[in-house]
Design a binder for this molecule. Structure first.
Ligand SMILES: NC(=O)c1ccc[n+]([C@@H]2O[C@H](COP(=O)([O-])OP(=O)(O)OC[C@H]3O[C@@H](n4cnc5c(N)ncnc54)[C@H](O)[C@@H]3O)[C@@H](O)[C@H]2O)c1
Length: 333
């Protein structure tokens, strides 16, 4: 059983603690939060777990094998570094770090000390993303054309990061997982209306083989929407994460262009076949993810959502920031 110390018991931390507490492969021995009100909530929920305000007590404890860093983005590097330097494996929230340089340093420390890093790219463990990956990898969609995602809602405003660093890591990590190629370039545009960070943004990512991705992230939307289109040469799908049934619908639709003898003999034919909704497993993604991490640690395997995966996302986030500062200039990766 892997013994976890959890740092950060704000909005997301309780979900991590609940899942780690409920799994057979893991337990939580310590929780740290510098906010006494957060610790009081933890005390009410888990009377037997040791609670401390100083996270250094967790990273130095002999009663902890792995540290979960569930704090604001700007603290990830410092806390994960302290954990690694004290010989602890690290589970760290998305986005991995605030910069590429920080991510590279953490990866180097972990490699040197033979420790594992896992970045919480939760969506990769959802039934919907597993199903979409299966459809792509088995060739059902055919060659990929595009990934197009709408991830908008009103708030929750973060003060330390923009809407890009808050919401786009979800789509960037899903794209990274599904497309499996290194992006070539990024264009991003956005605006700050309220708080000195972008609250509305549009990101375009160019991949090899003419695969293009677009992400629309927005904290100023009157309604919450989570809709993603994935288009392939053979089939296209729509994933609506907010519905209980038929989250993923696959459409046998497409366009074929054939050219005849002469220049004007281009024939465009539209294919409209069936729509079907594959069975999407109903799982709590965090539970699956944390169990997978514990198994990786016990068997000495590197998780696929490791520090390198975290770094690839941070690299795209940094590029998006550079592009935004230049009002949408193309940034090569
Ligand atoms: N994977 C997901 O779907 C998902 C969802 C929400 C948030 N997150 C991520 O989780 C992280 C935390 O987000 P949140 O919404 O829970 O934030 P939050 O502000 O609600 O909670 C953070 C908690 O960390 C505590 N904290 C901060 N610095 C600390 C330190 N040095 N030592 C001890 N405690 C400290 C704060 O007191 C607070 O209680 C962020 O990185 C965010 O991106 C991920």
């Amino acid at each position: 059983m892997i013994r976890f110390g959890v740092i950060g018991y704000g909005y997301w931390g309780p979900n991590i603690v609940r899942n780690l507490h409920g799994l057979d492969s893991t337990c939580v021995t310590m929780i740290s939060d510098k906010n006494p009100a957060a610790l009081a909530r933890a005390r009410k929920a888990y009377s037997s777990i040791e609670l401390v305000s100083d996270p250094m007590e967790i990273v130095r404890s002999t009663n902890v094998d792995a540290v979960a860093v569930i704090t604001p983005v700007w603290t990830h590097y410092e806390l994960a570094k302290a954990a690694l330097e004290n010989g602890k494996h690290v589970f760290v929230e998305k986005p991995f770090t605030s910069s590429v340089a920080q991510a590279e340093e953490l990866i180097e420390i972990a490699a040197r000390k033979n420790l594992k890093i896992m970045v919480d790219h939760t969506f990769l463990f959802t039934g919907a993303v597993s199903k979409i990956k299966e459809l792509i990898d088995s060739g059902v969609l055919g060659d990929l054309y595009y990934y197009d995602s709408l991830r908008v809602n009103l708030g929750l405003f973060q003060h330390d990061v923009s809407v890009i660093w808050d919401l786009a890591p979800h789509d960037l990590s899903i794209m990274d997982h599904l497309i499996k190629r290194d992006p070539e370039a990024i264009v991003a545009t956005g605006e700050m209306h309220l708080d000195g960070v972008e609250d509305v943004a549009y990101i375009t990512v160019y991949f090899p083989d003419r695969i293009i991705a677009h992400i629309n992230v927005n904290w100023l939307s009157p309604v919450k929407m989570r809709t993603t289109l994935v288009g392939g040469q053979k089939k296209m799908l729509v994933w609506n994460d907010l519905v209980a049934d038929e989250k993923v619908r696959v459409y046998d639709k497409g366009v074929d262009i054939t050219s005849g003898e002469g220049l004007r003999d281009i024939l465009v034919s539209y294919r409209t076949g069936d729509m079907w909704a594959p069975q999407v497993p109903q799982v709590e993604a965090l539970r699956v993810e944390l169990d997978y991490f514990a198994k990786c640690l016990m068997e000495g395997n590197t998780p696929f959502n490791d520090g390198m995966a975290g770094l690839r996302i941070v690299r795209m986030l940094e590029a998006a920031d550079r592009s935004i500062r230049k009002r949408g200039e193309l940034v090569h990766l």
